[in-house]
Design a protein around this ligand. Structure first.
Ligand SMILES: [Zn+2]
Length: 300
């Protein structure tokens, strides 16, 4: 069972600066809502990330998981149709539009659809019709929790393992295959984030060597229980930011890739974690400037 806990915000880089407008009531509303839901969930053992559709302009129709209540993307649910797709990297906005009876598909096939592919297409059309209508909002990410403890992401390596013919190389280093462990904790782009993470907490550097290690609370055992808990919560936010960063890189314009790679994720981490965790007053309390340099000092 999958439970969406928060729909946050789009990839517009609104959190890239140390200073943040406090006038954005909808942003605050979302953050408060997210914080409450995280509390309710007791900080998850496992998490995954799914797309929430706005205008469909930055979501891959076939590779992203974007239909509500689905756990697989459309290329793995309908491999026959994927094989017949003319534009494998098409966006949601290019394949569906609003109609009187829900979302409607606009298809471009390399060949005529018949036989089993035709019944697949009927099923796909039904799923889409029940999907969310497009809006004028940006697409955003939702952080969802799975109670079964699994951690599956549509990394390129996973798609290749499932027989989807795309380049499995990591989009950051472009040197090694992109599986979850590589992306989150072993890439030369993400290792420095973990090093900075532990330095920020004035803790011994203890870079997780795999995903279970990264999500296990014992990795963040540096002091009294309340400090460990807040540090652990910030590690979850770091994982979420890495996934968001990766998707921005993969689905964004090619000419902006270097700019995306150069983004300072640690700045986002400090800002977002301060917003989230201070909303829950029992977790942290105090000024951002102190949080930025000595997060332990804000732990309640
Ligand atoms: Zn890499």
């Amino acid at each position: 069972m999958e439970q969406d806990i928060s729909s946050l915000y789009g990839d517009d880089g609104g959190f890239q600066n140390d200073t943040i407008s406090r006038n954005s009531s909808s942003l605050w509303h979302k953050i408060i809502k997210a914080g409450k839901e995280i509390d309710k969930a007791g900080i998850p053992f496992s998490s995954s990330f799914t797309r929430v559709i706005g205008n469909g302009m930055t979501t891959s129709f076939r590779f992203d998981i974007w239909l509500p209540n689905s756990t697989k993307n459309l290329c793995s649910t309908f491999p026959r149709l994927f094989a017949l797709e003319t534009n494998k990297s098409c966006l949601v906005a290019e394949r569906v539009g609003n109609s009187n009876h829900g979302l409607e598909g606009y298809w471009e096939w390399t060949n005529s659809i018949r036989g089993r592919a035709l019944s697949d297409l009927n099923n796909l059309s039904d799923s889409i019709a029940a999907g969310p209508m497009l809006s004028d909002k940006d697409d955003s990410w939702s952080w969802s929790l799975k109670s079964n403890g699994s951690f599956t992401l549509a990394t390129r390596k996973n798609l290749v393992v499932r027989g989807i013919d795309i380049d499995p190389i990591c989009p950051f280093c472009e040197e090694l295959d992109e599986d979850s462990a590589h992306l989150f904790v072993k890439c030369r782009y993400t290792i420095p984030l973990w090093r900075n993470f532990f330095s920020w907490w004035h803790a011994a550097i203890n870079i997780p060597n795999d995903i279970p290690n990264a999500i296990n609370a014992t990795t963040y055992n540096i002091g009294p229980e309340n400090i460990n808990k807040v540090m652990w919560a910030t590690s979850r936010i770091l994982l979420w930011l890495i996934w968001r960063w990766r998707n921005k890189l993969v689905h964004g314009p090619i000419d902006q890739r270097q700019a995306v790679k150069d983004e300072d994720i640690m700045v986002s981490l400090r800002v977002i974690s301060h917003l989230w965790l201070s909303n829950r007053k029992k977790m942290i309390h105090g000024e951002f400037n102190s949080w930025k340099t000595n997060p332990k000092s804000l732990v309640m």
